[in-house]
Design a protein around this ligand. Structure first.
Ligand SMILES: C[S@@+](CC[C@H](N)C(=O)[O-])C[C@H]1O[C@@H](n2cnc3c(N)ncnc32)[C@H](O)[C@@H]1O
Length: 280
């Protein structure tokens, strides 16, 4: 990849940035994260020791990681971790890489969750939402579902490592939940339409975590239709969705008998979560 065994950290980074430049919008950051991981050091090491000459095995690990990145593998899968709501979560290609966008849903939800509340996170993936809620509201009882056993295994390992209590259950959306048992129902479902051009850049992540029917709303329709059975009267639902789907989701919630329906915008000004309360 470069001039050989005497290359310094600074030279390796410059060469890697050039190599990744065409493939990644975050080429500089990607190169730093991957080299720090290959060295087994924090990123600050790269700034403190730009003249350090890595060993041949470090260079080899770094070169493999760059090749994977050039072939479209997200950095989070190579590193095996992603931070979400202050928690370090293990991730694998079995789960969606948790997005900063979803922190908006968690922030909104925890403001309405009290000790003793029963909270359910549908389609938990890495466990991101459920674990963030369990961490922020230790007095709440948190249950999470996913249709993917492989995703549940990742969530279970995260719960164990972070020492957080979340009951993880396999099943289709609300199916594993008892009638009128939940105070707060949370979900970041798949919501991209089949054939959407954005999917090309997301091909490393599971399609079952991303795609939901011709208009992207199949999962949201199913979840909103199932929610009244499992929510207690007055219980809340908070749903993440695409930035052009808020009006459709509010209409689904109104049809299903929810009240106090509204949406919240992200920092970019897009309506990204919608919510409501089941009638008493
Ligand atoms: C967009 S990902 C969200 C993952 C995680 N909650 C997050 O925010 O990072 C959607 C998740 O829903 C799960 N899923 C898809 N269809 C499902 C279904 N019918 N029932 C339960 N979970 C489902 C997928 O396996 C995936 O983990």
């Amino acid at each position: 990849m470069g001039d050989g065994p005497s290359e310094t950290v600074g030279q390796l980074l410059r060469a890697a940035r050039d190599r990744l430049g065409a493939r990644s919008e975050s080429a500089g950051l990607d190169a730093e994260l991957l080299l720090a991981a290959a060295l087994g050091k924090p990123r600050s090491f790269l700034y403190a020791w730009p003249d350090h000459v890595p060993t041949a095995s470090v260079r080899e690990r770094f070169d493999h990681a760059l090749t994977d990145r050039l072939e479209g593998q997200p950095v989070a899968y190579t590193l095996g971790v992603r931070e979400f709501f202050g928690l370090e979560l293990a991730v694998s290609p079995a789960v969606l890489i948790p997005r900063p966008d979803t922190e908006l849903l968690v922030e909104h939800a925890v403001a309405h969750i009290d000790a003793g509340h029963a909270v359910a996170d549908l389609g938990t993936g890495s466990g991101a939402i459920a674990l963030a809620v369990a961490h922020e509201r230790p007095g709440a009882r948190v249950l999470a579902t996913d249709a993917s056993p492989a995703a549940l295994a990742v969530a279970r390992a995260n719960a164990r490592r972070l020492d957080l209590r979340v009951d993880l259950v396999a099943g289709d959306w609300c199916a594993p939940l008892a009638d009128a048992s939940v105070d707060c129902l949370l979900c970041n479902p798949p919501y991209i339409a089949e054939g959407d051009p954005h999917l090309a850049a997301l091909s490393a992540e599971p399609a079952s975590a991303l795609v939901s029917g011709r208009d992207g709303l199949d999962a949201l329709r199913a979840i909103v239709a199932q929610a009244p059975r499992v929510l207690r009267p007055g219980g809340r639902i908070v749903l993440e969705h695409g930035f052009e789907q808020a009006a459709a989701v509010r209409a689904l919630l109104a049809e299903a008998g929810f009240r106090d329906i509204d949406s919240e915008r992200d920092l970019g000004g897009h309506e990204r979560i919608s919510f409501g309360r089941l009638r008493d």
